[in-house]
Design a protein around this ligand. Structure first.
Ligand SMILES: *[C@@H]1O[C@H](CO)[C@@H](O)[C@H](O)[C@H]1NC(C)=O
Ligand SMILES: *[C@@H]1O[C@H](CO)[C@@H](O)[C@H](O)[C@H]1NC(C)=O
Ligand SMILES: *[C@@H]1O[C@H](CO)[C@@H](O)[C@H](O)[C@H]1NC(C)=O
Length: 314
């Protein structure tokens, strides 16, 4: 029978649900996948066919996570298994073809899975840096919309949109940090291509999906989109390199190392991991988890032949 006690209990449950509609579980042991890419620079040829630079690994780890390398040339089932075990994915900078490389093929698989997961309630963050940013524009629009940009080895302040505090990415940034970000040369650019705001906004697929958060001008005054976030998905892209501020030290390259440069780098990493903590995917068991981690690989010293201090080769 439906006694009045049942009724009171039901009522109590209802009010609890209404008062706290989103009691969200937090993942305090997030694991982020970093996508490997083809070796294209001949100085790396002797060491392997694909690689991940150590700076991306340290960058993510610094915010409290572990990293799982995502190697190229696995089959789709293997990628699905990895996807269901990790809490976010990072597409790094580098030099792979946006449409035809194995890097592009694999990024597409993870992008598609991420869209499906978030659409069905399993919040799955995707982060793209530099080439990773560029490939996000290609994945969302279905085409390569980049044009020549003269922004190699230059550090710039971001030209942030006016209501930057309404963005997901920067809503937790202090006024001091935003002031530094928009006035000091603390975002490092190393790219020969970019997407102009005109091209971006003219493409409906892109402009409906992402919001531009900042732009910059290259050495010749050409404007490019430097930061974006998806409107309805945890998908983010930066054309600049937050990881180099703390984890790359080549003397001939314009890596910003000021105190504010360090803060912004840490802020970006913290943001990515705060998103990953909202995802509860996990490996089937501890052994599977341990086997997947970057700690199983030994980084090679590369500071005397590249801008990276070390790199993992596969
Ligand atoms: C920032 O970099 C630009 C371009 O290299 C340069 O013109 C400017 O003087 C720099 N600003 C500061 C505050 O260092
Ligand atoms: C990169 O930029 C820095 C600072 O502007 C400059 O000192 C250095 O020579 C540049 N390196 C290259 C390889 O162009
Ligand atoms: C770079 O450093 C490694 C490790 O010390 C050394 O074996 C290698 O010969 C060096 N390469 C060059 C080009 O100097």
């Amino acid at each position: 029978m439906f006694s009045h006690w049942n009724f009171i209990l039901l009522f109590a449950q209802l009010t609890t649900t209404l008062a706290f509609p989103k009691v969200q579980k937090i993942n305090e042991r997030p694991i982020i996948g970093i996508l490997a890419q083809e070796v294209t620079d001949k100085v790396f040829f002797p060491f392997g066919k694909t690689y991940i630079a150590d700076s991306y690994v340290h960058f993510l780890e610094s915010a409290g996570c572990r990293v799982a390398p995502i190697r190229l040339n696995l089959n789709e089932d293997e990628y699905v298994k990895i996807f269901k075990s990790i809490n976010g994915v990072l597409f790094p900078g580098g030099a792979a073809d946006l449409l035809t490389s194995d890097f592009a093929r694999t990024a597409k698989i993870f992008y598609k899975l991420a869209i499906e997961a978030t659409s069905s309630g399993n919040y799955f963050p995707v982060w793209g840096t530099c080439m990773g940013f560029q490939i996000l524009t290609a994945l969302t629009s279905g085409e390569d919309l980049l044009s020549a940009t003269s922004a190699d080895n230059i550090s710039l302040p971001l030209q942030l949109i006016n209501d930057i505090s309404s963005s997901k990415m920067f809503q937790s940034a202090s006024p001091e940090l935003l002031q530094a970000l928009s006035h000091e040369n603390i975002t490092a650019n190393f790219h020969h291509f970019g997407i102009t705001p005109e091209t971006f906004l003219a493409n409906e697929k892109l402009s409906n999906f992402y919001r531009i958060l900042s732009t910059n001008r290259d050495k010749k005054g050409v404007e490019f989109v430097s930061t974006m976030e998806a409107r309805n998905f945890p998908i983010y892209g930066v054309q600049w390199h937050p990881e180099v501020n703390r984890f790359q030290w080549h003397r001939d390259l314009a890596y910003p190392h000021s105190e504010n440069a360090i803060w912004i780098s840490q802020y970006m990493a913290n943001f990515i991991i705060s998103e990953a903590r909202k995802n509860l995917n996990h490996f089937a068991n501890e052994q599977e988890e341990e086997k997947s981690l970057i700690y199983n690989y030994v980084a090679k010293y590369t500071a005397n032949i590249s801008g990276y201090e070390q790199a993992y080769f596969f």
